[in-house]
Design a protein around this ligand. Structure first.
Ligand code: SF4
Length: 181
């Protein structure tokens, strides 16, 4: 769902901001020009990515960039509140400290090499495909069709949220069942 924020100039909030009671608020020229950083943003309702509580969030974005992520007051779970972790979700997508490279140690090597994250993702996908092609079982010993890949497993837990469960299940089904078609 996409909506525009409620603090556009000219709305009730703007009228209140410009008055103290019925008296116009004497704003400096600089204060006149200040505005909320989300004034011209669009808002999308989302869910906190961190834990299974599933608090709802308002994600404010503009020109493909996320400007702010805040609690959704309409959420029946959290009523607009976010815990400290959820309140820091903005930094999940906007954070210069996030690693963009990985450490890779080749088989039988005695040292680590720095490689780009994209290289690592491509390598993981290639190795998974190779392993799947080698180990995929169409039928079990009794001849029953099972469509499974027995040499790989993934582990989840209570901290996976709905999106993560959905993504991991789709990924697992995609690599195990696609050969049955
Ligand atoms: S805001 Fe906190 S409690 Fe709510 S879903 Fe996110 S991590 Fe969990």
């Amino acid at each position: 769902m996409v909506a525009t924020p409620h603090d556009k100039r000219g709305g009730l909030g703007d009228v209140v901001r410009r008055h103290i009671g019925f008296v116009p608020n004497p704003l400096s020229r600089r204060s006149e020009q200040l505005h909320s950083r989300i004034r011209d943003a669009q808002m999308t309702v989302s869910v906190c990515p961190y834990c299974g509580v599933g608090c709802s969030q308002h994600v404010y974005h503009q020109d493909g960039k996320i400007l702010s992520i805040e609690g959704n007051p309409d959420s029946p779970i959290s009523g607009g509140h976010l815990c400290p972790k959820g309140a820091s979700t903005y930094q999940l997508v906007n954070n210069p400290n996030r690693p963009q490279r990985v450490l890779y140690r080749a088989s039988k090597s005695d040292h680590w090499e720095v490689r780009p994250l994209d290289w690592a993702m491509d390598r993981i996908a290639r190795l998974m495909k190779r392993d799947r092609d080698a180990d995929f079982k169409l039928k079990n010993a009794q001849g029953v069709r099972v469509n499974r890949w027995e040499s790989v497993a993934h582990i989840g837990g209570a901290t996976l949220d709905g999106e993560e469960r959905s993504s991991s299940t789709r990924a697992s089904s995609g690599v195990t069942a696609s050969r049955s078609g």
